[in-house]
Design a protein around this ligand. Sequence first.
Ligand code: B12
Ligand code: SF4
Length: 463
Amino acid sequence: MRLYLINPSNPLVSIVKVKESRWNRYRVWKPLSLMVLAGLTPPEWEISIVDENLGAPDYAAMARPDLVGITAFTSQANRAYEVAAHFRNLGVPVVMGGIHATICMDEVAERVDCVVTGEAEGIWAQVLEDARQGSLKRRYDGGFAEINDVPLARHDLLASGYALGAIQTTRGCPLNCSFCSVTAFNGARYRQRSIPDVVREFQSIREKRVLVVDDNLIGTRPEHIARAKDMFRAIAQAKLRKEWIAQVTINFADDEELLALAAKAGCRGVFIGFESFSPEGLREIGKKFNLLKGRDFRASVRCIQRHNILVVGSFIIGLDIDKPGIGKRIAEVARKYGVDNLNVLFLTPLPGTRLWDQMKSQDRIALDTFPQDWKYYTLTFPVAKYKHLSIDRIIVEMLSCGRDFYSMQHILCRVLGNLWHRRQPLISLVGNLSYRNNLRLNSKAYADFKGYWETGTIGFRGI
Ligand code: B12
Ligand code: SF4
């Protein structure tokens, strides 16, 4: 039985534009969901994982599969449907799962043979067996998996050519920020994989550098932190010699022992969602965790960096409190905090989030011709009606933020600072140049987007 597992690409996502910016070569990430699905698949299935981010293959020239499984974030849904249509025309049954299939089940069900909602661990074997028997049902629900059922992902199946391997050590997040899908999709309970499993899986990864995809690697409670420390100790003891990056909350900075252990285990960079520099902004999006009294963000960033760990800071633009001038302000604050890279995203009502419900009820979802508009739900296009910023204005703000933070002068300052502190100056340079290069690609993407906006059905200028 031949199974194709496909990760559809979205040409609007800048990381796939490797030709236009060779720096993006370092930013194509492995589709871990499909590697996990492969790990759950019995040996009688011959599996091929197709990652369209490395280039879409000529499906017509490939051997006919018995079953196709497609994963998709919302932004990949359009391409997912094209791929599904191709195989369904050949009479091959198509199963779709992942976050978009879970949240927008009815839309997906119209376009594939079978929808799998939730996490696949508890249900995939059944889906495969039914497919083998020719009795595939229209819908299966995996719910939340038992964390010990998460298999070792099949790291052997993907081609080389990725800069980083990928691994997941926890699922779920209790913080439920209004713009984020994680609590809705993976639940509020923070589930941690067994440490020996994590170490074994790390060992099976070919790449020296690894992305730990957890939404928050260290968690928020003392017992979470204690487990993170144990895991870092075990990774260090196993002498894996891997270098990895992860997402964490700002409390990472509050525990010197945690930082030292993480660095010893190979942590070289963390991605932190600051989201907004103002308490009103944080309250607006429900990121209360960053509101802790007395937090000095600059000092926290320094603490992390002292352990030779780079910090990527993420902010959101387009909150109700954001007014003209916000772009430059974010760049200034990020420089003040001293982050090594800045990642700014447009406030985007992702389906299934509290923000979606709120914006929908206020008629503020601007790009709402679905499914075709999903391709713009990459957080890199302004798809909503923002309170104080028209579409033209918010794009100007985003560009001015990028041009300020990634000016050659500021890049040089940061990289020289990292050279002086012997803090991965080369990685810092590559990271900064990659972002700078994408500014050019983004300007072009915004121009095309505005063209679509103006000729499309949306004719307003802010609310
Ligand atoms: C790693 C990651 C990335 C990587 C992508 C790696 C990849 N897959 O290619 C990078 C950094 C590139 C990325 C980019 C983006 N991401 Co992202 N990302 C994640 C993250 C943190 C983890 C995903 C992961 O690997 N999980 C581990 C695997 C094992 O779990 P899983 O994917 O959920 O798969 C399980 C089930 O869903 C199911 N399943 C999945 N696929 C299938 C298929 C079949 C057939 C079946 C049966 C089951 C099934 O089974 C799996 C095992 O249980 C999630 C957060 C999260 N918790 O999901 C956000 C998340 C998926 N990302 C999100 C977003 C918005 C984006 C971006 C659009 C914007 C951005 N700038 O971040 C881009 C766009 C990417 C694109 N190509 O269009 C949102 C998606 C929301 C939505 N409705 O789509 C999430 C949920 C984060 C959030 N804050 O809300 N992301
Ligand atoms: S943004 Fe981060 S902290 Fe907030 S709910 Fe999502 S994963 Fe949790």
